[in-house]
Ligand binder design. Structure first.
Ligand code: ATP
Ligand code: MG
Ligand code: FE
Length: 349
């Protein structure tokens, strides 16, 4: 099927077009620069940017794919979770296009779409269809979750999630402490290349035996962020220069250590041989390397889509839409709702 996907849950306006599991177009307009001076995404600014970007991004995607709206078999759109106002812009646009072109519409779950994008063909940046259950580690500015994925089009079981900050949010906050620009992931990743991951022993949240008993697959990054802040402040008070590369590398090691440890534990506990990593933080070089290093001894294959498909985009929504159509799942009503807290157990609304 030829599927168009619309994504507006956060600060990226994304329109993707897929034919089966082949990606034809992936147009993304980001308002990230407009949020940079606030150090985080401002919902009102994001909503307005989606409104302005929607029509040009749609034209760009259709042009690139060489198709018209009339050729499309179905429209998929992120219905949640995400920013309420931002979701409304995408869903309202999708309803308008679906009504005008008389196409079925699927309101879909953003987290499921992050997983589904990896089922695109290798030449499209994914790893092909999932043939057996997988564990998904989704790490972005708004999420840090471990999911058991039985069927990309049907069933997601949440195993754990962050109890405070998301992993990407921790990167963004620590970057601010180190006077690096927003979003903080890329500059910390770069700075860390020149430092040592075991220079400073930062805390590993929710890994003590007591915490593991209650929060085996959950994450916590706010204590880590505070520990980095205290360490940097102490250094500044003492008048010594802050070893930025070592702080970045040691912080990054603490995040990636916990993420990969718990992801491998989830795979082994559930007898799963495939780990999919998605979300903006999946672009991190250390996370990818450590995941592969720790999964290999247990025969677990690590699948990470190409970086452009890890951050928010429309291709992922189209990819999930295609899986739903192929699976024969019924479309949503044209009156479909948005849900800023949509649980991952609900794949279509
Ligand atoms: P949502 O959580 O709703 O998906 P988002 O905009 O926060 O929305 P993404 O666009 O997927 O999610 O990811 C952005 C996040 O990824 C930011 O927090 C950013 O710092 C982080 N990030 C990007 N590149 C890297 C990297 N190389 N290393 C670590 N973190 C990174
Ligand atoms: Mg984003
Ligand atoms: Fe996302």
């Amino acid at each position: 099927p030829l599927i168009l996907g619309i994504e507006t849950s956060c600060d990226e306006t994304g329109i993707g077009i897929v034919r089966g599991n082949v990606l034809l177009a992936d147009a993304v307009a980001s308002s990230v620069d407009a949020h940079a001076r606030y150090g985080g995404v401002v919902p009102e600014v994001a909503s307005r940017a989606h409104l302005e970007a929607m029509v040009p991004t749609m034209s760009r995607a259709l042009d690139t794919a060489g198709v018209t709206l009339a050729d499309i078999d179905a429209i998929a759109v992120t219905a949640g979770p995400g920013l309420a106002g931002a979701l409304l812009v995408g869903v309202a646009a999708a309803k308008g296009y679906a009504l005008a072109a008389e196409k079925p519409i699927y309101g879909v779950n953003h987290l499921a779409a992050h997983v589904a994008v990896d089922t695109l063909a290798a030449e499209s940046g994914g790893h092909g269809l999932l043939t057996e259950p997988a564990i998904a580690l989704l790490v972005s500015g708004g999420h840090s979750s471990l999911l058991y994925v039985d069927d990309v089009a049907g069933s997601y079981e949440p195993l754990g999630a962050t109890i405070d900050d998301a992993a990407g949010e921790a990167y963004d906050k620590v970057a601010r402490l180190l006077d690096m620009p927003f979003p903080g992931g890329p500059p910390i990743d770069r700075a860390a290349q020149g430092g040592s991951g075991d220079a400073i022993a930062f805390p590993r949240g929710l890994t003590s035996p007591k915490d593991l008993a209650a929060h085996r697959f959950d994450f916590s990054f706010s204590g880590l962020k505070t520990a980095v802040a205290r360490w940097v402040e102490a250094r500044e008070r003492s008048g010594d220069p802050v070893p930025v590369a070592d702080v970045a590398a040691s912080f990054q090691e603490a995040v990636c250590d916990v993420l990969t440890r718990k992801a491998v534990d989830a795979c082994r506990t559930r007898g799963v041989r495939t780990l999919i990593i998605g979300g903006g933080v999946a672009a991190n070089s250390r996370l990818r390397a450590l995941a592969v290093e720790r999964c290999a001894p247990h025969g677990i294959e690590v699948r990470v889509p190409r970086p452009g498909l890890c951050t928010d985009n429309g291709a992922m929504v189209a990819a999930l839409g295609a899986r739903l159509v192929v699976a024969g799942v019924a479309p949503s009503a044209l009156t479909l709702p948005t849900d800023s807290a949509l649980p991952v157990t609900t794949v279509t609304v």
